[in-house]
Write a protein that binds this ligand. Structure first.
Ligand code: MRU
Length: 340
């Protein structure tokens, strides 16, 4: 995988050999972005399957379940992680239910095959979201984009940035205002780097500039991804999304969240039930300016990694099955059902 902590300074591809390394890579954000950590976790289970010393199918499943627990706990907000892990486990459980005599030599490759299927499907899903979402983008639009939702955040192509890429490939002239996305700077480090690769014009803005640009009529759309969407359409996404959506709504600018149906969690009635990850305060405190730390010795900080944008601020949610508009509590169920 690409070590996303090193971009844009270096494009380094690293190899992971154990499920423990995958858990740590997800936790420390070597790999990040909801669909990307889902796929990484699925491959993590394939490593766990390789590592398992089990001689019986029962012990093998128990080893996978232990690995699944630590993978799921590595980052709690993005539901794609638990979704991908559970999908792999279900394949193994169903196989054992059908045929208890299945030998381990047959089970191990099944874990890897399901992980690969998740990865392959993700690319296709992103392309479909790109097609649906690009229909919302007009020639000449200036778009504010939050966090990183590009190829780095998924297996390939991107969610919100995938929509922008598709619209760009259709020949639409776009300009992207890239929220730098404090404190981890996914916007200025990763999204700006990706937009440069695709030849899409952009400028970086600090997160607190968004209100200025929205109010002065310089922006036509706001686009971001999602880490978990509750049944009523509340969207948990990178910290700062809520403030951005508020300012856009106040100024009548459409707000689009782009996410695969694997990000929709129908088991949660509303966004207040979504677990919000609190990360190490040093991510806030450790920022440097001109080579010096910007915070006094001993300063304390808070660091929630995500916030929840209430559904009333969201114009539409773009999925691989189509564009969902309010009432989200009714229409999200319909769009997820199409997968069944
Ligand atoms: O903490 P991160 O960088 O993993 O957070 C990522 C986001 O919030 C993205 O917007 C989200 O995963 C959707 S993009 C595919």
């Amino acid at each position: 995988m690409i070590d996303q902590r090193r971009l844009p300074a270096a494009l380094e591809v690293i190899a992971l050999h154990t499920v423990g390394e995958v858990v740590e890579a997800i936790r420390n954000m070597t790999v990040r972005g909801a669909p990307a950590i889902g796929a990484a976790a699925a491959f993590g289970l394939a490593l766990a399957a390789n590592e398992s010393p089990a001689w019986s199918a029962e012990d093998f499943l128990a080893d996978l379940e232990t690995a699944a627990q630590s993978l799921k706990a590595s980052r709690p907000t993005a539901v794609n992680l638990a979704w991908a892990v559970d999908r792999v486990l279900t394949v193994i459980r169903e196989q054992l239910f059908k045929n208890q005599e299945t030998i381990l030599d047959d089970l191990r490759p099944m874990v890897l095959a399901e992980a690969q299927k998740i990865a392959d499907e993700d690319v296709e899903i992103n392309k479909r979201m790109g097609q649906y979402g690009a229909a919302l983008i007009e020639d000449g639009d200036t778009i504010i984009h939050h966090c990183n939702t590009g190829a780095l955040a998924v297996v390939d192509w991107g969610t919100a940035l995938g929509v922008i890429r598709t619209a760009h490939e259709q020949g639409k002239h776009l300009h992207v205002l890239v929220d730098e996305t404090r404190p981890r700077l996914q916007g200025s480090r990763l999204t700006a780097w990706e937009l440069g690769q695709y030849g899409i014009p952009y400028e970086i803005i600090s997160d607190n500039m968004a209100g200025y640009f929205l109010r002065s009529g310089q922006v036509q759309k706001v686009l971001f991804g999602a880490d978990r969407i509750s049944a009523n359409g509340d969207v948990a996404n990178k910290i700062g999304t809520y403030m951005l959506a508020l300012a856009a709504h106040e100024n009548g600018i459409p707000v689009y969240s782009v996410a695969p149906t694997s990000t929709i969690d129908l088991s949660l009635a509303n966004g207040s039930l979504i677990p919000i990850e609190e990360r190490d305060p040093d991510e806030v405190l450790g920022i440097q300016f001109h080579g010096e730390r910007v915070t006094p010795e001993g300063a304390r900080a808070r660091n929630p990694a995500f916030d929840v944008t209430p559904n009333r601020l969201i114009t539409a949610i773009v999925t691989e099955n189509g564009i969902v508009r309010p009432p989200f509590d009714v229409n999200l169920r319909k769009i997820v059902k199409r997968n069944l």
